[in-house]
Design a protein around this ligand. Sequence first.
Ligand SMILES: [Zn+2]
Length: 434
Amino acid sequence: MLKIYNSLSNKIEEFKPIHENKVNMYVCGPTVYDDIHIGNGRPVVFFDVVKRYLQYLDYGVKYASNITDVDDKIIDRAQKLHITEKELATTYTNNFFEIAKKIGGYNFDVTPHATNYIEEMIKFIGELIADGFAYKTQSGVYFRVDKIKDYGILSNQQVKDLKTGVRIDLETDKEKDYDFALWKNTLDGIKYHAPWGDGRPGWHTECVVMTNEIFGGKIDIHGGGFDLKFPHHENEIAQSVAKHDHHLAKYWMHVGRLDLANEKMSKSLGNDIKLKDLVETYNPNAYRLMLLAHHYRAPIQFSDDLIEQYQKAYDKISYTLNKWHFHMILNNIDENGLDHESIKSFEEFMNDDFATPRVITLIDKLIKDLNKDFKAENYNTIILILNTLGLKPKIFEVLEEDIENYNNWQQARLEKNYEKADIYRKPLLDKGFI
Ligand SMILES: [Zn+2]
């Protein structure tokens, strides 16, 4: 039985989806004003693994990851670059999809763009106003936080503590400092027409509306980075409670931060590391392996040494698998059995709130065992586990010429013609077959 840590209850809970065998999952995606950082890739990788493992457990999964393509940051940057918000957002949306594919995390079923749901957001805000949960001012529309009894449930805060804790927004016409914007009236940048003034929706409204439009009700998993817990997710919950009388999702999952170990951290990549630059230098699988070697809720202190360590670990896995794959082809070994003991351990670790570090240790052990004593079932088990984690080492196809090179190499060795042997050996070494 899968158990996951629910940020809403702060407890490990048995995972029971709302509909049997079907899991609906929404993860907050990027605001597309720039390329994503190495830290932003962490939820992309982790929720990809969640989906893969749920599918491994035979659940059908519908996974939505949104694109926030209307936002102050987008407006600011577009103005600086003298292009439209749409042009800027399109560029960085495409860049996001490209990097998500590169790291094997483009596993979304739906990728809603906020700008495609403006009408629905206006309707939603209008209904909240009509029900007294929201109010209009000169500067926009705000949510009346005091109307929600359990506001603060996700971030474990009480409204009375927010009064001093929350940064006072520029808008001074709010009833309470901690009320948040559902709509911002704007003169500047891209704006949409609404009954209460031209402007654009607030970020917290975008996600709650899109979740409801896509899934038509309460979902199973709502995920995102740890930083989104407050105010973003708290405010999504508040609006959902106001409009739909539920907490939007049954399970809330938050992924820990990835920070640079120190400011002058990366000699080669600088302080501000974009994921696309990282995977130019390191294999995307090494990045994934590094993330999964840490528990998803734990923070990661990134450094050159850390990623290099996992690049080496990944190379070892890749090399070992290619070597034994070649061995299997060469010797016509065609067994598809599995090491059931290891599969049991794998499931036990994953069922324990996705304890991927323990799975990585298990893979390490299986790789060592394989190098000591080849067993096809160990090889098959490693491949199955790696696939479920989305780690896909490149297994080179064994060609006719590789077999010939191997046979010629062995023959030359028998003849003690070492110069000739080396010529046949080189291409096999290059492919990691021997
Ligand atoms: Zn969101």
